[in-house]
Ligand binder design. Structure first.
Ligand SMILES: NC(=O)c1ccc[n+]([C@@H]2O[C@H](COP(=O)([O-])OP(=O)(O)OC[C@H]3O[C@@H](n4cnc5c(N)ncnc54)[C@H](OP(=O)(O)O)[C@@H]3O)[C@@H](O)[C@H]2O)c1
Length: 317
């Protein structure tokens, strides 16, 4: 479907949501890749961002189809990687319009421009499209989203699938890792709680397989090289509760593990319902791309090393 790319062509890649964790990881991996490419980003300006020099970052509201169309006609991207999303699971229950606009309308716009310029769309989704009754899940399992965020993400997937374009959907879960932008994730939240030196509560009955963003960046590079299409799951090697993950974070960062106290989902009363046994099985991606997603110990050690080389904060020493 998307236009032929000759061997000597430099690939033009456009990443939406420059400020996302995943965008930064993809950019980092692409910088080290032998793939000949020219990388462009869009940002809504909602978040700050700090990507390495030499990259092109364009302020563009991608929910505005006219603006997106003008931009893509100018850049003529071969591949568009959509990392822009409304990702606050609880707030999405209240800010439904914003969540739908970001997670569905933007995807509709991207699909329309992919048709226009014959580009391949790589789109990010989540294990939350499943109900968490029987996780972790493979690509062929049947979605059954519980909360509003989850429903918007499944709707976004369906827009890609029905869009008559070349598409790849990457479902991932509990992303963590080093970002120059010091983006919020579960690890940074846990480290800040530990830093306060007081006990705090983490749910012990929600299970997932935390995923290092560097591994996701690596997988995206492989998808681009192989022009792989369809749905792929991207998830770490260890399937653990949030409580166990938080204890592992304390251990690796040499902070007091017993500050982490268990609490049940029922007691915590989060606004949006959560899949209890979530997570994704990544065997399909690992087999096709010849890669292995790391477990939490090696992922956290990688993140710790990256933080140390960037000279960040005392809790890593
Ligand atoms: N984080 C996770 O644990 C996780 C788990 C499963 C799936 N995912 C999926 O993976 C993708 C990337 O997640 P992430 O955690 O890296 O994202 P993130 O750090 O939360 O960043 C999302 C980015 O999207 C843009 N954005 C936010 N609200 C927007 C809005 N209303 N309209 C347009 N753009 C908006 C912002 O970038 P700009 O300010 O640069 O525009 C923001 O930095 C998302 O599709 C998410 O659903 C994430």
């Amino acid at each position: 479907m998307s236009r032929q790319i000759k061997q000597h062509d430099e690939l033009r890649l456009l990443i939406t949501g420059a400020g996302s964790k995943v965008a930064e990881a993809i950019a980092r991996i692409l910088l080290m890749s032998p793939l000949r490419h020219n990388l462009y980003f869009t940002t809504s300006g909602i978040s700050g961002f700090a990507h390495p020099d030499g990259e092109k970052i364009i302020v563009c509201d991608v929910s505005n189809r006219k603006h997106l169309k003008e931009l893509c006609l100018y850049i003529q991207p071969h591949v568009i990687i959509n990392t822009a999303a409304y990702t606050n699971v609880d707030r999405a229950e209240i800010e439904r319009q914003q969540a739908w606009k970001a997670n569905v309308c933007i995807v509709e716009n991207l699909v329309a421009v992919c048709r226009l310029v014959d580009a391949h769309l790589i789109h990010f989704s989540t294990d939350y499209v499943f109900d968490g009754e029987h996780g972790p899940y493979v690509e062929t399992d049947t979605p059954n989203p519980l909360g509003y965020y989850a429903k918007t993400k499944l709707a976004g997937e369906n827009v890609c699938i029905g869009g008559n374009i070349d598409y790849t959907i990457i479902r991932t879960n509990v992303l963590y890792g080093y970002t120059e932008q010091k983006k919020h994730d579960f690890v940074s939240w846990t480290l800040h709680q530990l830093d306060k030196g007081k006990p705090f509560y983490v749910v012990s009955d929600q299970f997932s397989n935390p995923t290092l963003i560097d591994d996701v960046g690596y997988m995206v590079e492989k998808i681009i090289r192989k022009r792989a299409q369809g749905i792929f799951h991207a998830g770490g090697a260890d399937w653990v509760s949030r409580y166990d993950f938080a204890r592992a974070i304390a251990r690796i960062f040499r902070l007091p593990e017993d500050l982490v106290q268990p609490i049940s989902t029922r007691e915590l009363r989060q606004l949006a319902p959560r899949p209890m046994r979530g997570g994704v099985i990544a065997y399909k991606a690992e087999a096709l791309f010849g890669m292995k997603f790391c477990g939490i110990e090696s992922g956290l050690l990688t993140m710790k090393r990256q933080l140390q080389s960037a000279g960040c904060h005392a809790w890593i020493l």
